[in-house]
Write a protein that binds this ligand. Structure first.
Ligand code: AMP
Ligand code: ZN
Length: 472
């Protein structure tokens, strides 16, 4: 039994979650292509998946969580032609492909740890599962779902009538419009590569022998092969960003269902909406490229970004702006300050916390398709409640933080209370006051207030304190 209700992309409905095997969940999340740093958008998706994993476990389920590492086959432009992203990364940095993969996998793990994202139970690499992928391609050929074209083996989408169902896409239109002409002997423009042959006369950095010649797997087959190996022929939940619905996940479903003869291959599909910049898309190849390290260099704490992500439901697009991140930071610090106000109280037991009505209110939000903004509001309610025994308050917030993952009660090295920019604004205001530039001083006070910092002028100079702003 589970108490969670989750929005399932497959059925386009919010449904009570029912794992196939009582008490345990098989979960597959598409992992990073390790040729570059992860950007803040990618990390938003992993934060959302972390909320899912934590919710399932808090709900009493054991979770086998597989997150792959894509280290071959993902071509520039997410298509079937163009350079392999891994080879592009190796060329850009003058290093070997394996070195690049190891380097960016380490950086990825570091980012996840910084964001309090719980480790996956298994993190298989595509290059370590080449025989499994070849076996699947051979099986698809034998069953008539694949064919040989000029430069490799392709999946025949026309052989799989449900192909367009998942993304609700209009394949017929694609043919009739004939804007996309089938390339290189393909039967249908929607057909996608299962195995690509190395171009004649040139050596790729990564290539393997196969029954069809030297080459490398297509991008999608790795997820079908690795989930089969580590989670079995059918499993409960599959996640990724919304961009995966029309191509990568539609293709995974076609391959797996055609090969295994099952339907549905995966019961529940969850997709995280994108993080966007006000100027548009954030991607690894274009636009402004923001990483977690960019934020740390600017004086933010990783938890500021996690708090920022939690302030918006995972199925709503989120626009990144520093002002909004400042708001999240102010909210997080104010919440921590509230909780630090009663440090001496003996903490209530976890059982007592879970029996409290505020826990029920909190869990109602978690189970409502992981509603993090509303759950945060309940955490605020607990923190602010003057009638709540301080020991119970701490126990409740600790229980809530097991899902939020914000380290709200952690007392390690205190996070710097003022960011570099905030400090500069305060210093500038002190100078403006010394110069009796009251208009400038007031404008700076207003600017600081917008960032959640209240400034008061005393006889011995200006004082500041964090306003108790709730999460935005
Ligand atoms: P990649 O490393 O490009 O294969 O992507 C890793 C994960 O990040 C996938 O689940 C993508 O769907 C997701 N993703 C890519 N761009 C964004 C974005 N701007 N916002 C949120 N998720 C994203
Ligand atoms: Zn995948």
């Amino acid at each position: 039994m589970s108490t969670l209700n989750l929005y399932n992309t497959r059925t386009r409905a919010r449904e009570p979650f029912r794992p196939a095997r009582a008490g345990s969940v098989g979960l597959y999340c598409c992992g990073p292509t390790v040729y570059h740093d992860a950007h803040l958008g990618n990390l938003r998706t992993y934060v959302f998946e972390d909320l899912l994993v934590r919710a399932l476990r808090l709900d009493g389920l054991s979770v086998e969580h597989v997150r792959n590492i894509t280290d071959v086959g993902h071509l520039v432009g997410d298509s079937d032609s163009g350079e392999d992203k891994m080879e592009q990364g190796a060329r850009r940095e003058g290093r070997g492909v394996l070195e690049i993969a190891d380097h960016y996998t380490r950086l990825f793990d570091r980012d996840l740890r910084r964001l309090n994202i719980v480790d996956a139970t298994r993190t298989p690499r595509a290059t370590e599962h080449i025989p499994e992928q070849i076996e699947m391609v051979a099986g698809l050929l034998a069953k008539g779902h694949a064919y040989a074209a000029e430069d490799g083996i392709y999946f025949d989408v026309a052989s799989f009538p449900r192909y367009a169902e998942f993304a609700r896409k209009d394949l017929g239109g694609q043919e009739a419009g004939a804007r996309v002409r089938p390339r290189g002997g393909l039967r249908h423009p929607g057909d996608f590569a299962l195995w690509k042959l190395s171009p004649p006369g040139s050596r790729r950095l990564m290539e393997w022998d196969s029954p069809w010649g030297k080459g490398f797997p297509g991008w999608h087959i790795e997820c079908s092969a690795m989930s089969l190996k580590w989670l079995g022929a059918t499993f409960d939940i599959h996640c990724g960003g919304v961009d995966h619905i029309p191509v990568h996940h539609s293709n995974e479903i076609a391959q797996s269902e055609a090969y295994l003869g099952v339907h549905p291959w995966v019961n529940v599909w969850l997709h995280g909406e994108f993080l966007v910049l006000d100027k548009g898309k954030m991607s690894k190849t274009g636009g402004e490229f923001l990483t977690l390290s960019t934020l740390l260099e600017r004086g933010y704490d990783p938890m500021d970004y996690r708090f920022f992500c939690l302030g918006t439901h995972y199925r709503a697009p989120l626009t990144f702006a520093y002002e909004a991140l400042d708001g999240a930071r102010a909210g997080r610090l104010a919440l921590r300050a509230r909780l630090a106000a009663d440090p001496g109280a003996a903490e209530g037991t976890p059982e007592a916390a879970r029996a409290h009505p505020l826990w029920a209110k909190f869990w109602a939000q978690v189970s409502d398709d992981l509603n993090s903004p509303r759950a945060l509001a309940v955490a605020w309610e607990a923190a602010k409640d003057p009638g709540l025994d301080p020991g119970m308050k701490r126990a409740l917030v600790r229980a809530m933080d097991a899902w939020l993952g914000l380290g709200l009660l952690e007392t390690g090295a205190p996070a710097p209370e003022l960011g570099a920019e905030e400090r500069a604004l305060l210093e500038e205001r002190a100078r403006a006051r010394a110069a009796k530039d009251w208009a400038r001083s007031d404008a700076l006070r207003e600017e600081l207030r917008r960032r959640g910092i209240a400034v008061n002028d005393g006889r011995d100079g200006q004082r500041w304190e964090r306003e108790n702003a709730g999460p935005r």
